[in-house]
Design a binder for this molecule. Structure first.
Ligand code: SF4
Length: 495
């Protein structure tokens, strides 16, 4: 919205945000009350189903409503975001010659849409809105349904940070981005440099694009200033505010990363508890020179959160998914972070990758656990291990491999496209890992991990926790909605 012409923003645009669990009637009522001429929705894998449901309810409401002021009741619907971008790739790859609109195979989301923007919308969306408001029929003629948006140079993007309300700054994560794109090519990832190339129709090379540094820091300064003044007003008690960088590989350009980290470090100094700040970065473990380590070691407790993507320690698997892998180096970086910094570490592993069975996955999990805990006798720094399940996201290389038979896998054809089984991982083992992940989240990640250490003496932890999570599932018959006390009692009984 920040990149629409200024007269649009001030007078004509409203941002509505909904939580996934918010009642559908509340969401539709809020949208209908605005009587929009254009309704634009951003779709990601996590809100795909919710968006479908919302659009279905809105269509029904509009079909029964007369337009006010001679305007049609139903607005022009524009969809964008990573999910529809991937779906356009997949759809046009499967039906290259289709005008598409009559096909039964067309994704349901597209049936509701008048326009679907594939790629980054900042520039194209503004132009499209102007055209729609002038003459909707001519806009359809001009653009067709699917609009390819080329990557936008960050220097041409207006900062959206002023659109954060005081309420946002008080209560929500603050998202910022200093760069876009990723130079790596992991087959499962929508941000990979080769995502979208597999259908050979679109030039889809996305090198990392950086926002002009001084302007970015100026915008951050203003944002943090607002946050510390208005964002804590009205005697509203606040938790630590987290500023989350969306950059996919923040440490890829070290001099630039150091400059931004230095800025953040200064901001963490001398803060009162009610103004506490935490900066969250996603970093690749392959780029950790001494100057970066020295800088990270300066951050005080609670002020730094690092997401370190591991995904797999199996080098053959990493080769199959085009991912850089050097397990020893990655483990050394994790040990360094644990021993020499105050960072809260979040590390991901993915189950269901090509060539990886449950034994290999468990070995990787144990390596990660050892690196992050340092064994039984050392109190670990706070950390989270997140075991996730592979998703075959449309538009990614892994999706193309799955569809072409290059990767023998069964996966859900609807969002979130989770893998059900592979030629290396039986469906039953996948279910066990899912159950493991759920209880791990409840018992370890959401509590201080050191409390669990006495419960898990010795190594390896994967097999022990797998056994525990299966017993818990047997006792409760579910892995959600379990009262905390009952869970604690059960863990006590079984350990
Ligand atoms: S390094 Fe991370 S963001 Fe980049 S392609 Fe791999 S998974 Fe995606």
């Amino acid at each position: 919205m920040a990149n629409l012409p200024p007269d649009f923003i001030a007078e004509n645009c409203t941002i509505l945000e909904f939580a996934l669990r918010q009642p559908l009637a509340e969401q539709t009522a809020a949208i209908l009350a605005e009587t929009p001429e254009i309704l634009a929705l951003s779709v990601s894998v996590w809100n795909h189903a919710a968006t479908l449901e919302l659009l279905g309810a809105l269509e029904e409401a509009w079909s029964k409503t007369d337009g006010a002021d001679g305007r049609p009741a139903r607005p022009v619907i524009v969809l964008g975001g990573p999910e529809v971008t991937g779906l356009v790739d997949a759809f046009t790859a499967a039906f290259p010659a289709a005008s598409g609109m009559q096909s039964e195979a067309i994704p349901a989301l597209f049936r509701y849409a008048d326009f679907v923007i594939r790629g980054e919308g900042e520039a194209v969306f503004a132009e499209l809105c102007r055209n729609i408001l002038e003459n909707p029929a001519a806009a359809k003629e001009k653009y067709g349904k699917f609009i390819d948006a080329s990557p936008v140079h960050p220097a041409a993007i207006r900062s959206a940070y002023d659109l954060y309300s005081d309420e946002d700054l008080r209560r929500k994560l603050i998202y910022v981005e200093a760069s876009r794109g990723c130079p790596y090519t992991c087959a499962f990832c929508q941000s990979a440099a080769n995502a979208g190339e597999q259908n050979q129709q679109f030039p889809a090379v996305h090198p990392v694009r950086e926002f002009p540094l001084e302007e970015f820091l100026y915008n951050m300064e203003r944002l943090l200033q607002r946050s510390s003044e208005g964002g804590t007003g009205n005697n509203v008690p606040v938790k630590t505010k987290t500023v989350k960088f969306l950059d996919r590989s923040f440490n890829i350009n070290i001099p630039r990363a150091l400059r931004i980290l230095e800025f953040c470090l200064v901001k963490t100094a001398g803060l009162k508890p009610e103004n506490a700040l935490q900066f969250h970065f996603e970093m690749v473990p392959s780029v950790f020179p001494a100057e970066l380590r020295n800088m990270l070691a300066l951050f005080p407790p609670g002020s730094l959160r690092l997401e370190i993507g591991i995904q797999s320690f199996n080098t053959q698997t990493c080769a199959l998914i085009n991912r850089n892998s050097n397990p020893e180096q990655e483990l050394e970086v994790l040990r360094f972070l644990r021993e020499k910094t105050n960072a809260v570490i979040h590390a991901d592993l993915i189950a269901g990758l090509p060539g990886e069975d449950i034994v290999s996955f468990g070995r990787g999990f144990d390596s990660l656990w050892t690196a992050l805990t340092g064994g039984e006798n050392i109190t670990p720094a706070p950390f989270e291990i997140q075991p996730g399940i592979l998703k075959c996201l449309p538009g990614t290389l892994i999706y193309a491999m799955a569809e072409s038979g290059g990767f023998a896998v069964k996966y859900s054809k609807t969002a979130p496209y989770e893998v059900i089984e592979t030629d290396c991982l039986f469906a039953a083992d996948m279910e066990k890992i899912k159950n493991f992940a759920r209880f791990w989240e409840l018992i370890v990640n959401r509590r201080a991990a050191f409390r669990l250490l006495p419960l898990l003496p010795g190594m390896p932890v994967f097999d022990r926790f797998m056994e525990l999570s299966q017993k818990l599932l047997n006792r409760f018959g579910k892995n959600w909605g379990i009262p905390k006390n009952a869970l604690e009692d059960a863990v006590g009984d079984f350990t």
